[in-house]
Design a binder for this molecule. Structure first.
Ligand code: NAD
Length: 502
């Protein structure tokens, strides 16, 4: 049996690890064993209020610290993330259930966004025009917003919090991070690294909690901006509540990501790419491929036949089992809802090609599901319409590329999509016509590298501004434009009642 981790710590406020005294708490489980790992306290409105007040004070000093000094701390933070990768990956595995090798992958993708934030001095450079009128120069500058918040999901306990927040800190804001209460401890370990890197107390804070904690944060008068990542249902609530309270909000939601396979694609490459992109991390990635859309009957038959053989050989396992293809899903409830979705798909007419509902695993108490593959899935079925956050994947067969584009464009979500083909002409048509935020050609998961912008379209994102890339700096700053003139000593300005012109 695994031992309880972090028995007393729930929050990180003003440089201190805090137990929390709200009296309200939840349990943290190890998905691999089904055991309770810890009890985490949910921050009360008073704790939220106190943290934001301390962050505001620390943020004002941080904003006036030179950018060079801020970046030195980021360099150190990056180094500590690298040095502590094993420790972080082990903790991610414990509380999230993903395999250690997968966890290391998310840490290295998270570090990409630290790399970009280290370039904040370049990104913060404003614009400057000389002599726009009589001895007047015009320029713009980007200033931090103040105290901002990031609210993160369970599926990337390190990458998403880092990607959401590092640039916000680099450009001079103070941060209140509210991680998922299902994986509260990775964020606390990140806090230790920030402290060791020399970040002043109060600039980075972690408050754990549930929806009530979130509500206290996002409606607080001193929170200037809200960045949210999670399910579409909650993203919409956050966007509506935040904007109603006049906050700047971007809220990233769920997805239903298609892989389109054209008849001229290399089938072996497409099958291998689908396997990892669809089932990796027990399919708990917002960019996971959930639908293979095969174009033409022959393509459908060939792809299904080859894929079936490989899906049958996938097996889930404990986070520290090096032979496991993927780990357990996050909770007993999540497992049940995925099982329900498979049952419903069958009731609605889908066919199970590979049945992963009852995997052969050592630990029967862990939240394990094997890889399930369904075909004869049609666009009117629930399994096609909704995001299934677990290893149940669908094959949808269409006759022509135009039909594939139309179906994807009509879908509620528009996070990611990828196409497998050897035709440049078809790929170009697809890229131009598809209504999805992140597009791949012959790549399994079209997640952009950390220095490009990340963000879906349609109900996969509410609000403006993207994540990961340079847009993060724009989101977390406000632009001030200055028109500046310095008179020569004996110059005089004529009185002029007309609108200023150059
Ligand atoms: P979730 O929406 O349940 O929770 C996300 C965060 O919101 C958590 O911190 C949680 O405590 C909080 N929360 C939950 N219910 C709330 C409510 N009613 N009011 C206010 N706050 C609330 O999401 P999850 O289950 O943790 O994560 C999985 C989802 O996140 C999937 O839908 C996945 O696609 C999505 N996701 C999206 C992206 C993206 O970039 N678009 C990235 C990762 C995950």
């Amino acid at each position: 049996m695994e031992s309880v981790i972090f028995k007393t710590v729930s929050h990180y406020i003003n440089g201190q690890k805090v137990a929390g005294n709200s009296g309200k708490f939840g349990f943290v489980y190890s998905p691999s064993t089904g055991q309770k790992l810890a009890k985490v306290s949910y921050a009360s409105p008073e704790e939220v209020d106190q943290s934001i007040a301390l962050a505001k004070e620390a943020g004002a000093k941080w904003a006036s610290t030179s950018i060079g000094k801020r970046v030195n701390i980021l360099f150190k933070f990056r180094q500590l993330l690298v040095e502590n990768t094993d420790k972080l990956a082990n903790l991610i595995g414990k509380e999230n259930g993903k395999t250690i090798s997968d966890a290391k992958g998310e840490i290295s993708r998270g570090i990409e966004s630290v790399d970009l934030a280290i370039g904040a001095p370049h990104i913060l450079k404003g614009e400057h025009s000389v002599n726009v009128g009589g001895k007047i120069n015009a320029y713009s500058m980007k200033q931090p917003l103040g105290v901002v918040t990031c609210i993160s999901p369970f599926n990337f306990p390190v990458m998403v919090p880092i990607a959401m927040s590092t640039m916000a800190v680099a450009v001079g804001n103070a941060m209140i991070l509210k991680p998922s209460e299902k994986v509260p401890y990775s964020a606390l370990l990140i806090s230790e690294l920030w402290q060791e890197a020399g970040l002043p107390d109060g600039v980075w804070n972690v408050l754990n909690g549930d929806k009530d904690t979130v509500n206290s944060i996002i409606t607080h008068k001193d929170i200037e901006a809200i960045s949210f990542v999670g399910s579409t249902k909650v993203a919409e609530i956050i966007y509506e509540t935040g904007t109603k309270h006049h906050k700047r909000v971007n809220a990233f939601g769920g997805g239903k990501n298609h892989m389109v396979i054209l008849p001229d694609a290399n089938m072996d490459q497409a099958v291998d790419s689908f396997l990892g992109a669809a089932y990796g991390s027990a399919s708990q990635r917002c960019m996971a491929i959930s639908v293979a859309m095969t174009v033409g009957q022959k393509t459908t038959e060939l792809f299904t036949e080859k894929l079936k053989l490989k899906v049958e050989n996938l097996h889930p396992g404990s986070y520290d089992d090096e032979s496991a293809d993927f780990g357990a899903v996050i909770s007993a409830e999540a497992k049940q809802s995925i099982l329900n979705a498979i049952d419903q798909a069958v009731e609605e007419g889908a066919n199970i090609v590979v049945d992963g509902r009852y995997p052969d695993v050592d630990n029967k108490d862990g939240f394990y599901l094997g890889a399930t593959l369904l075909d004869h899935v049609t666009p009117d079925m629930t399994i096609y319409k909704e995001e299934i956050f677990g290893p149940a994947r669908a094959i949808v067969s269409v006759d022509r590329i135009e039909e594939a584009i139309q179906l994807i464009n009509d879908h509620q979500f528009g996070n990611g999509v990828t196409i497998f083909t050897n035709s440049g002409r078809d790929a170009r048509k697809f890229i131009e016509e598809i209504e999805v935020g992140m597009v791949g050609v012959n790549v399994p998961i079209p997640i952009p590298v950390g220095y490009h912008n990340f963000g879906g379209w349609k109900d996969s994102r509410f609000g403006e501004g993207q994540m990961f890339g340079p847009d993060t700096a724009r989101f977390f700053t406000k632009t001030k434009t200055v028109s500046e003139r310095w008179f020569d000593q004996d110059d005089s300005d004529e009185v002029n009642f007309n609108f200023p012109s150059s």
